[in-house]
Design a protein around this ligand. Sequence first.
Ligand code: SAM
Length: 191
Amino acid sequence: MTYASLRAGRGPNALVVEALGVLGGVRGRALDVGAGPLNDTRFLLELGFSVEAVDTDPCTLALAAEWRHPRLRVVHADVRDVPVAAGAYSFMVAIHVLPFLPRADVRRVAAALAGGLAAGGVLCCTFFGPEDAWAGRPGRTFLRAPEAGALFPRLEPVVLREDRYDGIDARDEPKHWHVVRCVFRRPTGSA
Ligand SMILES: C[S@@+](CC[C@H](N)C(=O)[O-])C[C@H]1O[C@@H](n2cnc3c(N)ncnc32)[C@H](O)[C@@H]1O
């Protein structure tokens, strides 16, 4: 069972809702990286965005095929291989996906995402901190809020906070979470 199959049909992530408040009433193109069960994608479609959803999981593709939504395009690929069009997106989501990449890849993908934001555009993303129960797993990246901020030097940090709590994972097993929640905005005056 993949994350997408376990978590389909739920509401949007709270950080996505918070980030949309930062964006205001702007719509346009959105990019959902590591879209999984498409819960955030569906919310963005309902709000009027055109959404490109990237994920390696065939389940994501299958969910989208059921919907046949005219403003949804699913890219069944590794985010590291997907070119991000410069300045194309007003809104970007990368929830619980960047921590699953090695640090050098996180840096590269973060730079690509930042470059894809339109002026005034908003990116929300999460990282896992070093106190997370999964910390130390090979091939993954764990970092604190200042390190997350440093990945996006040309964006303005609007939300940059660390939350620690005991919760459950996708399989409903207990897990200690240390999550870095970020919302960045591309300044309107930037080239
Ligand atoms: C923990 S899930 C989060 C899904 C979704 N963002 C959410 O919050 O509901 C992580 C998702 O990222 C996808 N993923 C992991 N590594 C990826 C990569 N390198 N490229 C694209 N998708 C990836 C997984 O298949 C999975 O669907």
